[in-house]
Design a protein around this ligand. Structure first.
Ligand code: CUA
Length: 320
């Protein structure tokens, strides 16, 4: 059976493997206990006699001793099982904290209602950039996820890579993960944060070191310059509209940080945090009426005349 990539049991990294191992140990242990308890229950109801005061005879000393011993052994086994489960959980926690964090790739993650912002801090001055929805990481290297929230409590969760970690306003927390297989791994906010909580998705793209470096280099470049008159018109429409109150496009005069950075929007597979495939039609629909796709989203409906909208979408679709 092949499980989807959004599964804690389909580990793609060392941290999630440790969590999955613990899960299976707990699962088999609990299953064994369930079977034993059911057997004991069946035996007791089939072999026990109905309580009837008139025919009850006092128990012999040996039967009493047997019963005391049985209860004693069962209690001891319960305590031992619980202690073993506790120890296994402590061992897993320590293993999760033991990941080598030297030379970790740092990604600053800010959770917003309802989108994810990823900032790659500058290794060299002036080389920091911000993106949204897609978090790229290199395979085989530890990644430090530095988590924060801009509004309410959210929770960063990529089941195939690690457990959940809350993003709490005015508090930083961090998480160390490592992908050991290349792939695209679904992430999801795991703490109810409002009406669009379920549509607060993201994707982790784990790729080879060469691909990752190429992505970093590309992400650092400003947005492509429009190369025809429709794209030029689209850029002008964007810069004169209220879009710039919230969004940034590198290399232009739009640098707001309220909403997702659009510098390389066309390179992302989805818009609206995984709700719509990134096509021209969806982009146009999203700009004109985002509320029908994600009711409650902060982005307001922004009407344009058809030619302006066409130019705007053409320009946005060119931002690779
Ligand atoms: Cu953010 Cu739920």
């Amino acid at each position: 059976m092949t499980l989807p990539s959004f599964s804690v049991l389909h580990a793609a990294g060392v941290q999630s493997e440790r969590i999955a191992e613990l899960f299976w140990i707990y699962f088999y242990l609990s299953a064994a206990i369930f079977v034993l308890m059911t057997l004991a229950f069946v035996v007791s109801i089939t072999r026990g006699r109905a309580a009837d005061e008139s025919t009850r005879v006092p128990l012999s000393k040996s039967v009493q001793r047997f019963r005391f011993r049985t209860v004693g052994v069962a209690t001891a086994l319960t305590v031992v099982t619980l202690v073993v489960m506790l120890l296994l959980s402590v061992v897993t926690s320590r293993a999760l904290a033991s990941l080598n964090t030297k030379d970790a790739v740092q990604v600053k993650v800010i959770a917003h209602k309802w989108w994810w912002e990823f900032t790659y801090p500058a290794a060299v001055a002036g080389t920091q950039f911000t993106t949204a929805y897609e978090m790229h990481i290199p395979v085989g290297r530890t990644v430090e996820v530095d988590l924060a929230s801009s509004d309410v409590i959210h929770s960063f969760w990529v089941p195939t890579l690690h457990g959940k970690r809350d993003a709490i306003p005015s508090k930083h927390s961090s998480l160390f993960l490592r992908a050991d297989r290349a792939g695209r791994y679904e992430g999801q906010c795991a703490e109810f944060c409002g009406i669009q909580h379920a549509n607060m998705r993201f994707v982790v793209v784990a790729e080879t070191d060469t691909e990752f470096k190429a992505w970093l280099a590309h992400s650092l470049t400003p947005a492509p310059v429009p190369d025809d008159s429709i794209q030029v018109r689209g850029r002008d429409v964007f810069l004169k509209s209220r879009c710039i109150v919230c969004h940034a496009i590198g290399g232009t005069d739009a640098f707001a940080t309220v909403g997702p950075n659009l510098t390389h929007l066309a390179s992302r597979g989805f818009i609206g945090m995984g709700t719509l495939q990134n096509t021209r039609e969806h982009l146009a629909g999203w700009i004109v009426d985002p509320q029908s796709t994600k009711p409650g989203v902060i982005m307001p409906a922004t009407p344009f005349d058809p030619d302006d909208l066409n130019a705007l979408v053409t320009y946005l679709a060119s931002l690779r």
